[in-house]
Design a protein around this ligand. Structure first.
Ligand code: IMP
Ligand code: MG
Length: 197
């Protein structure tokens, strides 16, 4: 894997430090939203994290260990249309959302994705979550690309702004690979060049 990497954009320690700092902000913001009130059993006033599979898994796993709050995790999937795959050339066309909760009434929701690229995924998911009437709805991404489309989607917590380049690692993949690489990196051109479609 090492010899396929071009540049390390964000190191393990940079990620760890920033995730911890963003978690502190989330806790501070949520604490003013009464999340810390003991649960009364029906979830009202509690926190529901909605990570978008699969890219956000490592980010979420690290983030939640800095969130000492009563919470539930509701992982959702955004399926791309059949025949599309994650390439360097852009977002697969977005299809169906799976595993969305029926109701979020009374709950504080934090939706989490790995990267904001065209912003289409987050827009779709935020709309769907909002229609389930949560008490509050916030959003977090590990990375935001330097693209006008990404800037047009308001996100509450952005860990890192990056150039408009294809990146992998720390959950992000190229055709399903490299998610386990612990840093955010770019790949050497010859690894991805066959993809320019
Ligand atoms: P958006 O809907 O265009 O914002 O795309 C978001 C999704 O596209 C992310 O959740 C990723 O799965 C994928 N994606 C976008 N850019 C990259 C990248 O640079 N590397 C890996 N996946 C990416
Ligand atoms: Mg994704």
């Amino acid at each position: 894997m090492r010899d396929e990497i071009d540049q390390v954009l964000i190191s393990r320690t940079q990620i760890a430090d920033r995730v911890a700092a963003v978690a502190d902000r989330i806790v501070a913001d949520l604490s003013t939203s009464a999340v810390t009130i003991p649960a009364i059993g029906n979830g009202v006033g509690e926190l529901t994290l909605v990570p978008i599979l699969t890219g956000s898994i490592i980010f979420v796993a690290d983030l939640i260990r800095h969130l000492p709050l009563r919470m539930q995790l509701n992982m959702i999937s955004v399926n791309s249309y059949p025949g599309t795959r994650t390439t360097t050339t852009g977002t697969p066309q977005i299809g169906e959302l799976t595993n969305l909760p029926d109701s979020l009434v009374g709950r504080h929701v934090l939706v989490i994705d790995d990267i904001l690229d065209s912003g289409k995924t987050m827009r779709l998911v935020i709309d769907q979550l909002r229609s389930r009437h949560p008490e509050s709805l916030r959003s977090a991404v590990l990375l935001r690309k330097d693209r006008p489309q990404a800037a047009a989607v308001p996100i509450d917590y952005v860990c890192f702004d990056i150039p408009d380049e294809f990146v992998v690692g720390y959950g992000l993949d190229y055709n399903g690979y490299y998610r386990n690489h612990p840093e955010i990196v770019t790949l050497l051109p010859h690894i991805i060049e066959e993809d320019v479609t």
